[in-house]
Design a binder for this molecule. Structure first.
Ligand SMILES: O=C(O)c1ccccc1N[C@@H]1O[C@H](COP(=O)(O)O)[C@@H](O)[C@H]1O
Length: 221
């Protein structure tokens, strides 16, 4: 089945349009002050308006308080909140109940034991996103452009429909899909020319590679 493709950390109408025109299923906007991709609530609402239903919209946020989640729900009205902090399963359930929005919970993975956390969030979060752990020295919990050992994911229940992120780009997406078999992939740094600067050329190259992978699959008997 064709994987979902989320292009995350978009901040300009031009790059948003590139992602949408190439068929991104999800587009993401980051609200985290330390991020080079940070968007405040109002510009984020404008980006969501520009999407106009052509893809699912996702706000990426880190340990948001109730005031912030209310602003997201009322002023931005995305389809999803992506929680990239230390939100517990209880907090995920509470945020879902308060906003009525779908929630994608990001879990950091570096070793097999990190996958134990999946069980607690499965059935609470609408989707689980498996991402790399924050590298030493980084002040970002995501968007660091580093990948992890995807072979670890072979231990997951094959029925778990998760998104994979962390350092995916046009050069390794075929390998990511082959090894990890996620139901969706999430890309940010891999389509940038510099941290926080999305690049239309790289977005196109990434989707060209996905088209190439799909055509190879289609040609197999
Ligand atoms: O992109 C950010 O700056 C960011 C900040 C805070 C939390 C998450 C963030 N990004 C998310 O991290 C993953 C992986 O990104 P990458 O492809 O390795 O750059 C993705 O979901 C981003 O949206």
């Amino acid at each position: 089945m064709k994987p979902d493709v989320k292009i995350c950390g978009l901040s300009t109408p031009e790059t948003l349009e590139a992602a949408l025109s190439r068929g991104a299923s999800h587009v993401g906007f980051v609200h985290f002050a330390k991020s080079p991709r940070h968007l405040d609530v109002e510009p984020m609402a404008e980006m969501v308006r520009l999407v106009a239903g052509r893809a699912e919209t996702v706000i990426v946020t880190v340990d948001p308080d109730d005031t912030l989640i209310a602003r997201f729900a009322e002023e931005v009205r995305p389809d999803w909140l992506q929680l990239h902090g230390k939100e517990t399963p209880e907090r995920v359930g509470e945020i879902k109940a308060r906003t009525g929005l779908k929630v994608m919970k990001a879990l950091p993975v570096a070793e097999a034991a990190d996958l134990d956390a999946v069980a607690a969030y499965r059935g609470v979060a609408d989707r689980i996103l498996l991402d790399s752990k924050r590298p030493k020295g980084s002040n970002l919990p995501g968007g660091n452009g580093v990948s992890f050992d995807w072979t670890l994911l072979g231990a997951l229940d094959r029925d778990l429909a998760y998104m994979l992120s962390g350092g995916i780009d046009a050069g390794n997406v075929a390998e990511a899909l082959r090894v990890a078999r996620p139901s969706g992939i999430d890309v940010s740094s891999g389509v940038e020319s510099a941290p926080g600067i999305k690049d239309v050329g790289r977005i196109n190259t990434f989707f060209d590679e996905l088209d190439r992978i799909a055509s190879q699959k289609g040609s197999k008997p």
